[in-house]
Ligand binder design. Structure first.
Ligand code: FES
Length: 130
């Protein structure tokens, strides 16, 4: 089962992609989905819809164990602060094996166990697909 280690907290969680419930934020089995399923709050102002950069994370280990970046994610990520070659959007980065991720320093204030930050995704309805 894939393991995700969240730095700097150094908290490691293991999950079964088949049985983990979907958190309804971001892609299924994304870093954001894994975090929310394990009581680790990662900011996600747009509700995991690839429409902000608040879920910016950096892959420290296991780059081969995440989904390939789609063009939409790359375009959005271009707007993130503190961008680096191992940057991803937590809501779009699907975990397929063991990885170690870091929440960038500027984003750490948003991180708290149990959540409690503002989620603009609930305030801005996403148009229904036709
Ligand atoms: S939560 Fe907005 S882009 Fe990931």
């Amino acid at each position: 089962m894939p393991k995700v280690t969240f730095l700097p907290e150094n908290v490691t969680v293991e999950f079964d992609p088949e049985t983990m419930p979907y958190s309804e934020h971001g892609l299924k089995a994304s870093v954001l989905d894994v975090a929310l399923n394990n009581g680790l709050h990662l900011e996600h102002a747009c509700g995991g819809n690839n429409a902000c950069t608040t879920c910016h994370i950096k892959i420290k280990e296991g780059m081969a164990n995440v989904s390939e970046m789609e063009d939409d994610e790359a375009d959005r990520l271009d707007q993130a602060a503190d961008l680096s070659l191992n940057s991803r959007l937590g809501c779009q980065c699907v975990v397929t094996g063991d990885i170690v991720i870091e929440i960038p320093a500027w984003n750490r204030n948003y991180v708290s166990e149990g959540g409690g930050s503002m989620n603009l995704g609930d305030a801005i309805p996403v148009p229904a697909k036709k």
